[in-house]
Design a protein around this ligand. Sequence first.
Ligand SMILES: [Zn+2]
Length: 52
Amino acid sequence: MDRIIRCECGFVARGDSDELVVDEIRAHMKQDHRELYDKVPVDEVKGWIELT
Ligand SMILES: [Zn+2]
């Protein structure tokens, strides 16, 4: 099953494992939302995963 994480800016990260989708949204956060990237722990990011 695919996983997605929706960013507040409209960006959608997709992946077929928790690890992949978390990596993708973290890469996006690092580039576009540096403050969030520094502030939000990976465990919290995992809580944003939605199954499609
Ligand atoms: Zn974003």
